[in-house]
Structure formats: structure tokens, C-alpha cells
Design a protein around this ligand. Structure first.
Ligand code: GTP
Ligand code: SPV
Ligand code: MN
Length: 582
């Protein structure tokens, strides 16, 4: 097979030759194709069937033990000018990077099949959507891309029509971490990945395309590509507000996106609708509001911590047609991870007999892949080609101290500063130390495809006459007490914070103005049915002036790192906060 687009055929031909692939298979995304690939992987042991009565059509994949998360130190933005990648990215000269990758790709698919995976990020008929083609030698990548994107014949038709697409090349290679690179060529809309079969390193539509390349494209074209969930909050009157929220990896996007409100809210008629759980592309509409689409079609979510208590919607969608990666299994082959109250794991994520001496039974970054349509709170609005209008944008991180439960930025400019100054404790979603506080502007530190200084300026540029921009908030579900316990119950109870945000949007909550922004005034957060002491609530909503002065200084130092590219407006805004803290 081939396509009607000569440029695409020529590119495939180049890589089929270079990699010396045995055969080339153009993926059509059909059920038959998926069935054939699954059967093949069951035969080779790449997949293991899970219990067919409890988990029909569900499979387990175990990745190589040294290939379990994104590798930020091996991820490069190869722009022509080093300054365009910025201090927030690792940079390599494009020619040098290509030479390195060509050498790795040479002959790497001998005896293997090269899969051509055409995909569309976003509803197939949306003007906000963008397409790509991933070349891969991993059937696991193919079956995941089929769930995570609109993959196959329809995407290929759009690519042939538009004659523009992101070119991604991926080979698992020999999985040697010393020969592993994830390269991005934003000027050419190109991605080259080698040596990993895991998540964001290998499913190129996700972080590589939909964030690193797309953020670069978005800057040129006047939109934003962000690491954000999108949800709809429907009130008892039937009106829905859409909210997008950026939290760093493994900091609660999937959970918030499919939250089930507390009982009192449900009885009153509140509902949460899920549009997306990880990535948001947005642009101003004719009415000046920001309209958002979820470019993905599925969820690649963190398994540990997912339970009927924390995230019942996620649990419900995982009992059919899901792929699990690096979870543990019970004696009767049900998937298992830390945080599930029932079931006893017998094999750990590496297939060994469970032994607490080996650490958790499921890898802390073990994941599930599932179609978005399986989520009970899925809304057909996720397919709206125009996207959904945003009422609020939320930033948040994992901060055991200092940062209050919620505050609202003074205006857009201050909101951009709040996003730029965000910090969070690192998690298992990337290799490296866990629990270290680092700056992670807009949760995009690992994903912005260009200089953060330019990125902040791009954010500021949306504040023009006639714009009806969303209000900007910051949240922190992760404050701890002296004993190291979370102060805020989180999960479904985060609904209480969402309600306050909507009251602010609608102008029905007055709030309490502080130096860092507006917080809920006494009594404004709905505490019905909540076991939270007054003292704990006070801690959660306190602004420690002295500690914030230190934080403001740290944010100033951080913004200085981007030199002249940091917009002066952010320093001016920070100065306002500093003055208010005196
Ligand atoms: P990525 O897929 O890596 O981008 O992660 P994510 O931001 O979607 O995070 P996710 O919702 O999967 O949550 C990650 C971890 O944080 C899980 O173990 C959750 O149980 C936990 N978590 C999520 N929300 C809350 C919350 O409100 N409070 C507390 N304490 N933990 C939470
Ligand atoms: C993240 O790390 O933010 C993820 C998982 O969503 S991955 O696809 O590996 O990037
Ligand atoms: Mn993510």
C-alpha cells in the first residue's frame, strides 16, 4: 500500500530503506487489524491476556525494567538556534542530532515490520486539529496509538487533503538506556525517537507532537498547546462551565477531569463532564473567548492510587478493552496496583513473585490506556469541532507547605505570572528523584518546545482589546500537616473548590483579597458533609507573608534565568505582589 501523497510515500520509503525493515504495514485503524496485532503480541509474549470474565478484552504489557517513564535528560529540542529552545530544554544542533539518529536507525528494523501510523490530534473535522504520521516498529505503540488518537484511514484522508503533517519516527531499538534519545525538530515538524517503548517517549502523538511540536506551531499561529485537562461543571440549572487545569505529571489531572461530586452536590443536581485529561489546545473564538479541544481520544493514566473511593469513573472504564502497562496481577489474572483495597497481587510489574523487599508490586508509574468514550463522564462535547468555551484556567502543583488550597489571580497578566512561577514536587512520571520541589511553569517544563521567555510572552499576548479571557486560579490539593498527612481530602471533594471558582466567575462570591490573590472568604467554601476542622481549613487558606516573600524572591531568580526573553511585564507584576507583601 501507499498513499496519494508523494511526500508521504517518499518519506516512508526513506525510512524503510534506512531501517532495512522487513515489511511495511500501513495501519488503517480497523478492529481486524487491532485483533491481528493483539494475537501476534499474545503469541510473542508482548501482551498477556487478563481475566476474561472480570476484564474482557484487557491486556497487560510489561516494559523493560529500565524503560518505565519519560526520560527528560535524553529529550532534546533541536531548533536551529539554541536560544529558541531556551534554558528550559536540552538542545542539540539539528544536523548533529540527525546524524546521531540516522546511525541508530540504520538497520534497526531488520527482520521487523515498519508500521505506518497516520493519526489526527483532535476531532477529525475540527479546524483546531492537526495530523501526524508515526513510523514505528512497535506493535504495542500501534495498539496504544489506536486508543489515544484518531488513528487510521480517516486521518490518512485528512493528511492527503491537507498535505501537511508532523513526521514522527520511532524505533524501540535495543532498549539500551545509553542509546536512547527523543529528538524534536520544531522547524521541520519532525520527531525522532529511539531506544524506548514507553509512554511519552514512544507514543509520539502525545507529548512529542501535541505539546512540544504543537506549542511551537501554536506560537506561530496564535493558539496555545497546554498540559491541561478539560472538564465541564454542570450546575443544577443545567448550565455548564468549562474549566482547563494544568498540573504537572502525576499531580491529579486525570482524577480532577473525571471527578464525581460529593453526595450533597449529586443530590442537588451537579454533574462533571470529562472533555480531556492531559492535553488542551485552545484558541480565541470570534466572541473573544478561548475555545478548547482535547487533541487526544483516550487516556494514558496513572494506575496506582486509582480506586473506587478516589476515582470510581476511572475504575469503571478499566473493566473492558483497556491495556495495562507495568501493573501487578492477582492469582486469577486481574490487574492490581497499590491503592486498590481488594485483591492480592501475586506477580509484580516485572513478573516476579511479589516480595515487599522489591518495592511496590505495581510500578509507581504503571499506567492504563483506554478509549475516552469508555469513561462514564465522557461528553459528546469532546467531539465538537469548535471546542468548548473556557470560563476558568487553573494551575496547580504538589506543595506540602506554603501554597494555599486555592487563590484567584488578579487578572490575566497576574495569572500568567502565577503559572510561570508554579512549582511542584517531582513524581515517578519521569525518571530521576521523586519529591524534589522544582519550578514547572504551567506544568510545561518537560513539554514546552521553545524558550520559556518567549512562551510567557505568547501567553501575555492573548490579553487584547475585546478578549473575554477565562479567570485564572491556582490550587494545591497536597498540603500536609506536621504528621505528613494530607490536610485536604481531595478527589471528589475538590468539587467544593470548583464551585467557589464558578461563583467567582459568575460574581456571586466576594472572596478575600490578599497579597497573592483572592482566596475564599470565611464560610464561602461549602463544607457540608466534610470532616475538616476549622484549624485545618485555616491552615489551608492562610497566606504566610514571610514565607511568601521568600517565594517571590525565588520566582524572580527563576524568571531571570530566561534573560532578556522574559517579558518585563512579569517582573512588574511580581513587584506588585512583593509590594503587597510588605
Ligand atoms: P499524568 O498522566 O502523569 O499527566 O498525571 P495526572 O496529572 O493525570 O495525575 P493523576 O490524576 O493520575 O494523579 C496522580 C496521583 O495523584 C494518583 O496516585 C492520584 O491518586 C493522586 N491524586 C490525584 N488527585 C488527588 C487529590 O486531590 N489529592 C491527593 N491527595 N492525591 C491525588
Ligand atoms: C505525563 O508524564 O505527563 C504523562 C505520561 O501524561 S507520558 O505519556 O509518559 O508523558
Ligand atoms: Mn501528562
Amino acid at each position: 500500500m501507499s498513499s496519494q501523497l508523494p511526500e508521504l510515500n517518499a518519506w516512508i520509503h526513506t525510512y524503510a530503506s534506512l531501517t532495512e525493515a522487513d515489511q511495511v504495514h500501513w495501519c488503517d485503524g480497523s478492529d481486524e487489524e487491532n485483533g491481528r496485532l493483539v494475537k501476534m503480541m499474545l503469541d510473542t509474549g508482548d501482551l498477556m491476556a487478563l481475566n476474561p470474565s472480570s476484564h474482557p478484552n484487557c491486556f497487560l504489557h510489561r516494559s523493560s525494567a529500565s524503560d518505565v517513564a519519560r526520560v527528560e535528560h535524553l529529550t532534546f529540542v533541536c531548533s536551529k538556534n539554541r536560544e529558541d529552545a531556551g534554558p528550559n530544554n536540552h538542545w542539540m544542533d539539528p544536523a548533529e542530532a540527525k546524524a546521531k539518529m540516522d546511525a541508530l536507525y540504520k538497520g534497526c528494523m531488520k527482520g521487523r515490520t515498519l508500521y505506518v501510523v497516520p493519526y489526527c490530534m483532535g476531532p477529525i473535522d475540527s479546524p483546531l486539529a492537526r495530523c501526524g504520521v508515526e513510523i514505528t516498529d512497535s506493535p504495542y505503540v500501534v495498539i496504544n496509538m489506536r486508543l489515544m488518537t484518531r488513528m487510521g484511514a480517516a486521518a490518512l484522508a485528512r493528511i492527503e487533503r491537507e498535505a501537511s503533517f508532523v513526521k514522527g519516527v520511532h524505533s524501540t531499538g535495543d532498549l539500551n538506556p545509553d542509546r536512547r534519545f527523543i529528538m524534536h525538530f520544531p522547524e521541520e515538524l519532525g520527531i525522532q525517537s529511539f531506544g524506548s517503548g514507553y509512554g511519552g517517549n514512544a507514543l509520539l502523538g502525545k507529548k512529542c507532537h501535541a505539546l512540544r511540536i504543537a506549542s511551537w506551531q501554536a506560537r506561530q499561529e496564535g493558539w496555545l498547546a497546554e498540559h491541561m485537562l478539560i472538564l465541564g461543571v454542570e450546575n443544577p440549572q443545567g448550565d455548564t462551565h468549562y474549566i482547563a487545569a494544568a498540573f504537572p505529571s502525576a499531580c491529579g489531572k486525570t482524577n480532577l477531569a473525571m471527578l464525581i461530586p460529593p453526595e450533597g452536590y449529586r443530590e442537588a443536581g451537579w454533574k462533571i463532564w470529562t472533555v480531556g485529561d492531559d492535553i488542551c489546545w485552545m484558541r480565541p473564538g470570534a466572541d473573544g473567548r478561548l475555545y478548547a479541544i482535547n487533541p487526544e481520544a483516550g487516556y494514558f493514566g496513572v494506575a496506582p492510587g486509582t480506586s473506587a473511593k478516589t476515582n470510581p469513573n476511572a475504575l469503571a472504564m478499566l473493566n473492558d478493552s483497556a491495556i495495562f502497562t507495568n501493573v501487578a496481577v492477582t492469582a486469577d489474572n486481574q490487574p492490581w496496583w497499590e491503592g486498590l483495597p481488594d485483591g492480592v497481587p501475586v506477580k509484580d510489574w516485572q513478573g516476579r513473585d511479589v516480595d515487599p523487599a522489591n518495592g511496590p508490586a505495581a510500578h509507581p508509574n504503571s499506567r492504563f490506556t483506554v478509549s475516552a468514550k469508555r469513561c462514564p463522564s465522557y461528553t459528546a462535547k469532546a467531539e465538537d469541532p469548535q471546542g468548548v468555551p473556557l470560563s476558568a484556567i487553573v494551575f496547580g502543583g504538589r506543595r506540602e507547605s506554603l501554597v494555599p488550597l486555592v487563590f484567584e489571580a488578579r487578572d490575566w497578566k497576574h495569572g500568567v505570572l502565577v503559572g510561570a512561577g508554579m512549582a511542584s514536587e517531582t513524581t515517578a512520571a519521569a525518571t530521576g528523584a521523586v519529591g524534589v520541589v522544582r519550578r514547572d511553569s504551567m506544568a510545561m517544563k518537560p513539554f514546552a518546545g521553545y524558550n520559556f521567555g518567549d512562551y510567557f510572552a505568547h501567553w501575555l499576548s492573548f490579553d487584547v482589546a475585546g478578549a473575554q479571557l477565562p479567570k485564572i486560579f491556582h490550587v494545591n490539593w497536597f498540603r500536609k500537616n506536621a504528621a505528613g498527612k494530607f490536610l485536604w481530602p481531595g478527589f471528589g471533594d475538590n468539587m467544593r473548590v470548583l464551585e467557589w471558582m464558578i461563583q467567582r466567575v459568575e460574581g456571586t462570591a466576594s472572596g478575600r483579597v490578599t497579597a497573592i490573590g483572592t482566596l475564599p472568604d470565611v464560610g464561602e467554601l461549602n463544607r457540608n458533609g466534610l470532616a475538616l476542622t476549622d484549624a485545618d481549613l485555616e491552615t489551608l487558606l492562610a497566606v504566610d507573608t514571610l514565607a511568601w516573600r521568600t517565594e517571590v524572591g525565588a520566582i524572580a531568580d527563576y524568571l531571570e534565568e530566561f534573560g532578556e526573553r522574559t517579558p518585563q511585564a512579569l517582573f512588574d507584576e511580581l513587584e506588585k505582589t512583593a509590594a503587597a507583601l510588605l
